[in-house]
Design a protein around this ligand. Structure first.
Ligand SMILES: Cc1cc2nc3c(=O)[nH]c(=O)nc-3n(C[C@H](O)[C@H](O)[C@H](O)COP(=O)(O)OP(=O)(O)OC[C@H]3O[C@@H](n4cnc5c(N)ncnc54)[C@H](O)[C@@H]3O)c2cc1C
Ligand code: SF4
Length: 592
């Protein structure tokens, strides 16, 4: 018989020690006497010594040293409910991380606020274009919070991590050089923008010539040395070129390791148990969560009792953990009494519609990082008039950034720029041109649909015998039309950049799980105004189990045209402050 080791109870237990769990620890513990434990499946890791001299593309970019181990846990995918679902056996579409700090340790750093209209998605579109504009199968919603309510939390997140950028809208005043379409912010970014790359400058000039509005990428990488509000001293970026998928060797890239974990651990009331995998959220006969069961690296089983359980295991695993928590009171899983867990699964339309080749020009693409380029918002959200268009939505457009490495770039670099992708001629061209090719990218919206959802796979299981999460997802007609429009805008900008050759992808290809696009899997446990339209309230508190909270992008009703972590961080700070200041005075009650 297996003996389950029962640990001392704590106020809060989190599944994972990633970005949102660390925010909670740093924001709740210092000002309370509470104790918190995070159960993290990956290893302990710190800037020093783990990330010293780690410029090993093969290990980090090709063999995904910082990602979850797919031989133990993966996801299955099918394009629609009639197709068979198969597991992702090699990393493709997304790269969820593991280990202390979670995915933010190896992120790219683009740190956005969503547009004010993103939070009023359905009502805004109905008001401006009429109810017919939103197709019946598109289940987009308004968020239960608006931009004004979230602004102080965006501000707090940006100052926690030291975002480098240029404000475009300070208290309603539009400032030159920043993003003129952003919502009003209460103060400037804490740090000036990052350096602009040579290719970024070319893109920026072409946009300005076309009366578009380029502005520097808001970056979670520091443009200069900086001391954060907690007293952590951090170095400025070296533009080393080994950024996405790597830990930063100098701590210039914001992560839980540089920012929240040191503060939380200093309280002595926070413990992270690494190499331990949560297999179950446990519940009592009344349906309330009692804690989590996990398995350690030696196979030993443990139970960690807690007053509050936080599902903070990244969006996909949050959805799975809720669905797996089945009991008499929750026959379909926690939060799923109305069958809404897994609904409104969305993604990010990240594509490169056009590439150019500038013969005999070198851009030094091997240096820099993902934030050394300008962006434009002229075609994002509902910034542009959609009256005569046949779709909703848009995307941020931006120039390809640096950090090109020989191991990962070879495969697709010259695609459609040469007749074939093999042979002596191709090799010679690659040698000549690898640093002379650059593209324009989209960071596009992903609306929610009835046909795109997640549930438990009936066939495939993880290393602990539990069903994998099955993702049913493909792009729909609205996105194909949106992409066509955006691709044409990218081509106009590329022409103004005057390349010698150009390769265009005019149509959106079907979604594929074997091709990296972004780690922006969102939705599946969405927040809303009542249990009939959502899994949680605006604090991430699960309607049918109020001592379980969800953090992360699973809460998004749909995904706007921007990377998620700025909003994920703002929402996590809001949840943390609510837990700290309000929840424990009436534990187990729904917050309003
Ligand atoms: C390559 C890459 C680039 C990115 N770039 C950007 C960007 O430029 N801008 C942006 O806004 N966002 C970016 N992101 C997304 C960003 O990293 C996430 O939004 C953010 O980390 C989510 O925080 P989280 O707390 O929800 O999850 P995470 O930070 O991923 O933390 C989840 C943790 O839970 C652990 N876990 C999962 N299941 C279990 C279990 N059963 N038991 C124990 N532990 C478990 C995992 O190991 C992990 O450590 C990027 C992500 C990746 C991977
Ligand atoms: S590019 Fe800058 S932030 Fe990124 S890993 Fe290198 S030094 Fe760190």
């Amino acid at each position: 018989m297996t003996t389950v080791r029962r640990h001392s109870p704590v106020e809060i237990v989190t599944i994972g020690a990633g970005m949102t769990a660390s925010i909670l620890a740093a924001r709740v513990l210092p000002e309370t006497g509470h104790r918190m434990v995070s159960i993290e499946q990956g290893p302990a890791q710190w800037t020093y010594p783990d990330f010293a001299h780690n410029h090993d593309s093969l290990r980090y970019s090709q063999r995904f040293a910082m990602m979850q181990d797919l031989s133990k846990l993966s996801w299955t995918w099918r394009p629609n409910a009639s197709a068979p679902a198969l597991p992702m056996r090699q990393y493709g579409s997304f790269h969820p991380g593991q280990g202390l700090g979670g995915s933010l340790v190896h992120w790219t750093g683009l740190t956005w606020r969503f547009l004010p209209t993103d939070f009023k998605y359905r009502s805004h579109h109905v008001e401006r274009y009429g109810a017919d504009r939103i197709p019946a199968e598109m289940t987009v919603r308004d968020w239960p919070v608006d931009y004004a309510e979230l602004e102080p939390y965006y501000d707090a997140f940006e100052y926690d991590i030291g975002v480098s950028g240029l404000a475009g809208n300070l208290g309603g005043r539009i400032l030159p050089g920043g993003n003129p379409f952003e919502g009003p912010r209460q103060r400037p970014y804490p740090n000036p923008p990052m350096a602009d790359s040579a290719f970024g400058k070319l893109f920026g000039q072409a946009c300005s010539e076309r009366d578009l509005h380029p502005f520097p990428t808001p970056s979670g990488l520091l443009s200069r040395g900086w001391t954060d509000p907690y007293g952590n001293v951090r170095a400025g970026c070296l533009y080393c070129g080994f950024c996405t998928r790597f830990g930063c060797e100098v701590g210039a890239k914001a992560s839980p390791l540089t920012t929240w974990l040191p503060v939380a651990l200093a309280t002595d009331r926070y413990e992270v148990r690494t190499r331990c995998h949560v297999v179950r959220i446990d519940t009592a006969t009344d349906g309330r969560a009692t804690g989590v069961t996990y398995v350690d690296a030696q196979g030993g089983e443990h139970f960690q009792p807690a007053e509050v359980v936080i599902a903070s295991a990244y969006s996909l695993e949050n959805v799975r953990n809720l669905l797996l928590a089945r009991s008499d009171k929750h026959p379909q899983g926690i939060g799923n009494d109305r069958g809404l867990v897994g609904r409104n699964y969305t993604y990010q339309l990240e594509q490169t519609p056009v590439k150019g080749l500038w013969e005999n020009t070198r851009f030094n693409f091997f240096m820099g990082n993902g934030c050394t380029v300008p962006q434009i918002y002229d075609y994002n959200g509902d910034v542009f008039d959609h009256s005569d268009l046949d779709f909703v939505g848009g995307a941020a457009l931006f120039a390809e950034a640096g950090q090109r490495d020989p191991v990962t770039s070879v495969g697709t670099l010259l695609e459609d720029l040469t007749d074939r992708q093999w042979g002596a001629e191709w090799k010679a061209m690659l040698g000549r041109s690898w640093d002379s090719v650059g593209g324009i990218n989209t960071e596009g919206e992903s609306p929610a649909y009835t046909g795109n959802f997640c549930d438990l796979d009936p066939t495939y299981t993880d290393a602990w015998g539990l069903p994998l999460l099955r993702i049913t997802f493909d792009w729909m007609e609205n996105e194909r039309r949106m992409y066509r429009f955006l691709a044409a805008r990218c081509v106009e900008i590329m022409r103004a950049m005057r390349p010698d050759r150009m390769a265009v992808q005019p149509e959106l290809p079907p979604y594929r799980i074997d091709e990296y696009q972004s780690t922006h899997a969102t939705g599946g446990a969405i927040m809303g105004t009542d249990p009939g339209n959502s899994v949680t309230n605006s604090y991430g508190q699960v309607w049918d189990t109020p001592n379980v909270f969800v953090t992360g992008a699973a809460l998004f009703p749909q995904n706007p045209g921007a990377n998620p972590s700025g909003t994920v961080g703002a929402l996590a700070i809001r949840t943390a402050e609510t837990l700290r200041d309000r929840y424990f005075s009436a534990p187990g009650e729904l917050l309003t």
